[in-house]
Design a protein around this ligand. Sequence first.
Ligand SMILES: Nc1ncnc2c1ncn2[C@@H]1O[C@H](COP(=O)(O)OP(=O)(O)OP(=O)(O)O)[C@@H](O)[C@H]1O
Length: 665
Amino acid sequence: MPQVGFTDHFFKGLEALSREEQNRVREAVFAFMQDPKHPSFKLHRLEDIKTDRFWSARVSKDLRLILYHHPEMGWIFAYVGHHDDAYRWAETHQAEVHPKLGLLQIFRVVEEVRVEPRKIKPLLPDYPDDYLLDLGVPPSYLKPLRLVETEDQLLGLIEGLPQDVQERLLDLAAGRPVTLPPKLAPSEEWFKHPLSRQHIHFIQNLDELRQALSYPWERWMVFLHPAQREAVERVFQGPARVTGPAGTGKTVVALHRAAALARRYPEEPLLLTTFNRFLASRLRSGLQRLLGEVPPNLTVENLHSLARRLHEQHVGPVKLVKEEDYGPWLLEAAQGLEYGKNFLLSEFAFADAWGLYTWEAYRGFPRTGRGVPLTARERLKLFGAFQKVWGRMENEGALTFNGLLHRLRQRAEEGALPRFRAVVVDEAQDLGPAELLLVRALAQEAPDSLFFALDPAQRIYKSPLSWQALGLEVRGRSIRLKVNYRTTREIAKRAEAVLPKEVEGEMREVLSLLQGPEPEIRGFPTQEACQAELVRWLRWLLEQGVRPEEVAVLARVRKLAEGLAEGLRRAGIPVVLLSDQEDPGEGVRLGTVHSAKGLEFRAVALFGANRGLFPLESLLREAPSEADREALLAQERNLLYVAMSRARERLWVGYWDEGSPFLTP
Ligand SMILES: Nc1ncnc2c1ncn2[C@@H]1O[C@H](COP(=O)(O)OP(=O)(O)OP(=O)(O)O)[C@@H](O)[C@H]1O
């Protein structure tokens, strides 16, 4: 089979078609590859349009494939769409080998511009043509670029350029440093160049084509950003991580990396894990799409169920106790000590999270960030109380979940548990020390064995911690993503505005190439008024043809979400709780912000972005120290960010009385 390429434009066109049309297109592509000259395709060159390299092939009465014929490579599927749309695309796009980069670019034709006599104030400094060409700007864009005066004009002009060129121009306009793209080396084949692979997906053989055709195609499956590709393909000599704001494709990287590792280590046990059961099942279906099936040597399981399973298999049955069970024991054991309940519970949880079960371990362990300082004597007294609780747990044959994780870790370190050749962790920002130490112990000590995907600004369960202290040094092996593939620029900007400019030592840098309506942030006199407007908004969305399952309504606390569910149902809006996701029915998704972690929706409404809910007043009141309060505040801020950044196209935020202070940075 000759090699065949598919452009990112083709995938965009395909995504806009109905499932049935997509199937027709897939069949047509396959048939075309067997016999492009088959009369049913009525293959012809589009002579009458400006750039005469595109061809049209008929899929059905109304669907057309637009192709480009490359002298060496053969056919490249450039676009697909309904007849008029496809022809319009062909008329407004051109394919050209870039004079400096030496790579084929497919981009929107720019109108010829005449310089007007009036004086203009250009947005971009007067860079020499050569420099702009080095950045990958097509020659026809040089003049129009010089006439751009505002950011909006720039966005409008460059919208149709290859994504990598857009990124560089936006960085340039924002005064950020720009790295020149690598040119094609004389001996390099252009289709293997990373920039070509970012825009054109080449399929080499029939098997690949068959596989590609048997699954719904989505762009994330084939077009990786060069930074994503590096995170996926690099061989890391130690623990490594990918970070980036919401929607930059960290989960996509985790999936591709797991798939790449499965190819690299086909005979060895591998693990792809994440925070909860639901996210793990999403990873599993992502892998099925990517690979056809989950390879037998790759376990995909959330960390908690993996730990339980390993304990049951290798140690014995599990009986867990929670804070509500051991809390009273702790208060009893600590009688006579002058500490409040909240501090006792939080100090116990701290020792438990770090596995400080012996006096030697607890005695000198750094309590940085704990807020309340303790003398050695005080530590000893507290430890005495903790020991009583642990003793009681032992008598009952029970342990905390962290206790279980530490016990397993110990077994793994002793060599009593099977180890994975490599472990990939998604949503790693919410893993605590016990979980991270277990992950480390479950991975072999070898290159590639530990990879984490995380965004510190989405930490909503745990306090920040030093990875170095856990033996996870990632310096030199940390890749940052900044291109947001999910959210429009307008929404991304508003969501990032909730956060400080720098989170845990990393500047928040995000670049979205998608445009859409401004998010609506609205205050109401009462909860009822807010709900009534939400109902109106939801009805309007559904009338616009947005499917109910593409919409999420989120609230800070469960009670509020549940009350709202009733209200929405009464108003005739079908609702499915996010917590019932294993078996979703028809309806708008509704739940707490926590339950929307890692998910995305076409439209998101946040109900009750009030002062008192963000941050949650009742939670802050319980904070045993100023330091704990600060940590909670950061988590609450992150929660608001998580809620807002779930939205792809539309975001609606409603509050009553007074809005969250996080909304006014
Ligand atoms: N290279 C890509 N090409 C096209 N789409 C992509 C690409 N990478 C990611 N996406 C899309 O962007 C969206 C966000 O991706 P993903 O969920 O992996 O981001 P994330 O960084 O894990 O987000 P979050 O931090 O919010 O969980 C998804 O719809 C995904 O399909």
